[in-house]
Design a protein around this ligand. Structure first.
Ligand SMILES: [Fe+2]
Length: 348
């Protein structure tokens, strides 16, 4: 199938392009480059929108390289896939608006890598697409490695997949008044409790006020997705990222004291944690297994200016490697998808 797509691109384009797999031994991540650098990305993508979508379904992620494109063009290309921007409410990663629907990819400290994840997989309406644009390439490091969620689903232990399929994942978040991270207000963007209550009801979030200034939330979600267009089953959850053991790692980027606090806090007071849908602990060995397989599947392409990375958020994941120079990677997140809700909340 992939070869038919490459020949379609080559023969239909006014300006011929080269379409290659980043790793020829897999069908994941297509690299699309004009044979003559600098042709206009927007007009080329408009002309080939159908084939781009077909290739995205096949390969999970696409990178457009050596086209001419600015931020406005990046937004126009994103519009070809889905015009509706995804809501920022409930997001874990801090980011700020650059223009229109374009935001910084993340404002998390640059000295810490971010593990593979699918954008907002904990949300009831997670995005269908996430797209990145390289405004300034880092001198070294700072890649946005990507991985194949279908292949991860195939590789993981069947008993873990069966349990995740049956029970889903329960996500726990605590917002104590002295939280070192985003407050509840900054996360859910509400001005009063009535507004939060409405949002929480519509998004199947269980809110518990520990005291007047301390919110605790629980979200029970599916852990496996069935792609609405391809029918593929994919790993689609962030248990490995929300698990306290990974949060302790992330906390080290802020301070050693915070990391110690995360490691020493247990039960329902943990800053973030993920459980099986019944509320039982996920074994650390299972979390390590997920991280390990992701590590094997990662494909990291060093950024070049004007690169555009397009991801089907259900079929592929992304992360970020540390860096120590200027790096401007922008993102637009599009097209909400409604996940099947797995059932009543299990209290822990
Ligand atoms: Fe992300």
């Amino acid at each position: 199938m992939f070869s038919s797509l490459t020949s379609s691109f080559a023969s239909r384009g006014r300006e011929p392009v080269r379409v290659e797999l980043a790793r020829p031994e897999t069908s994941f991540l297509a690299m699309i480059e004009p044979r003559t650098p600098g042709i206009d990305a927007v007009s080329w993508c408009r002309q080939h929108a159908g084939l781009l979508k077909e290739t995205l379904h096949q390969c999970g992620s696409l990178m457009l390289r050596n086209f001419s494109c600015n931020i406005e063009g990046f937004e126009a290309i994103a519009d070809l896939f889905a015009t509706a921007p995804s809501s920022r409410r409930g997001q874990v990663s801090p980011r700020h608006q650059v223009q229109g629907t374009v935001y910084t990819s993340t404002d998390l400290p640059q000295n810490h890598g971010i593990c593979q994840h699918q954008e907002m997989a904990y949300d009831l309406f997670p995005p269908r697409y996430i797209m990145f644009y390289c405004k300034t390439a880092p001198l070294s490091g700072g890649e946005t490695p990507v991985a194949d969620a279908r292949e991860l689903y195939r590789r993981l232990d069947r008993r873990l997949i069966e349990r995740f399929t049956r029970e889903g994942v329960l996500y726990l978040r605590n917002f104590p008044p002295d939280s070192p991270y985003q407050s509840a207000e900054e996360t859910f963007l509400f001005e009063d409790r009535a507004e939060l209550d409405r949002y929480a009801r519509d998004h199947a979030i269980d809110c518990e006020w520990v005291d007047d200034a301390y919110l605790r939330t629980r979200q029970h979600r599916s852990a496996i997705a069935v792609h609405p267009d391809t029918g593929d089953q994919t790993f689609f959850n962030l248990a490995h990222l929300w698990h306290w053991s990974y949060i302790a790692e992330v906390a080290t980027a802020f301070s050693a004291a915070l990391a110690d606090k995360v490691r020493s806090t247990r039960g329902q007071d943990q800053w973030y944690n993920a459980f099986y849908g019944t509320g039982e602990d996920i074994e650390q060995s299972a979390i390590a297994d997920i991280h390990g397989h992701y590590g094997e599947l990662e494909v990291a392409i060093p950024w070049q200016e004007h690169d555009i990375l397009i991801q089907d958020n259900l079929l592929s994941s992304h992360g970020r490697r540390p860096f120590d120079s200027k790096r401007e990677i922008l993102a637009t997140i599009r097209g909400p998808w409604s996940t099947p809700y797995t059932g009543p909340l299990a209290l822990i």
